[in-house]
Write a protein that binds this ligand. Structure first.
Ligand code: SF4
Length: 198
């Protein structure tokens, strides 16, 4: 059975959905069934809110200070369960909540979900992935047209209301692309995180 909460490199992650509105060429889901202490992160069926709460109740949070919604899918595709489980978690544990996202939630839900996110989330990391729309389309294969500017708008708007907002790229990009990504992040007033490839 797929884990709802798993650990990897001493971080806790929540795997609340396998739905995703991208099909990234580099997605870890196409490489392994699981990560960290999870043999599989493929749900037979996405977990219900009750099941996510049960997983929170069963987990020993000692020594952890951050809970990251990430997993084998785009967490904001399960927005209600994300918001409610984060609210539940915070009522039980003094822990920060981060969402790792593709930044397409406003397109997916056809409305601005950022105010709701800001109520329960301390930190948002938006995958930038590429220095322009053309490259972005190639590597992330989003379900929507104009996803690149929408993702950037999402990150910029998040940064206004969620203190720790960042755009992220992986350091496998050519140096020139990293420089362009930095310029884009700067122009949007959002911190750029350059993650080490792992
Ligand atoms: S957005 Fe994340 S889960 Fe979805 S395909 Fe891309 S890397 Fe995989």
């Amino acid at each position: 059975m797929a884990k709802i909460i798993y650990t990897y490199h001493n971080q806790i992650y929540a795997n609340i959905t396998n739905k995703c509105d991208c099909a990234c060429t580099f997605c870890v889901r196409s490489q392994h069934d699981g990560i960290g202490d999870a043999d599989t992160l493929w749900h037979t069926q996405d977990p219900t809110l009750e099941e996510i709460k049960q997983a929170i109740d069963a987990f020993d949070f000692t020594g952890y200070d951050e809970f990251v919604y990430c997993g084998y899918g785009e967490p904001t595709c399960a927005l209600e369960n994300l918001l409610e489980s984060a609210r539940y978690l915070k009522s039980k544990h003094p822990i920060r909540v981060r969402v790792n996202t593709n930044g397409l939630a406003n397109l997916y839900h056809k409305r601005d979900i950022i105010p709701e996110l800001a109520e329960v989330v301390d930190s948002v990391s938006v995958s930038l992935n590429a220095p322009n729309a053309e490259e972005y389309e190639k590597v992330t294969r989003p379900a929507f047209p104009d996803a690149y500017p929408a993702m950037l708008d999402f990150a910029e708007e998040c940064s206004r209301v969620i203190a720790h907002t960042q755009l992220s790229i992986v350091d496998v990009l050519p140096e020139e692309d990293i420089r362009k990504c930095q310029e884009i992040a700067d122009s949007r007033g959002v911190h750029l995180k350059i993650r080490k490839f792992s």
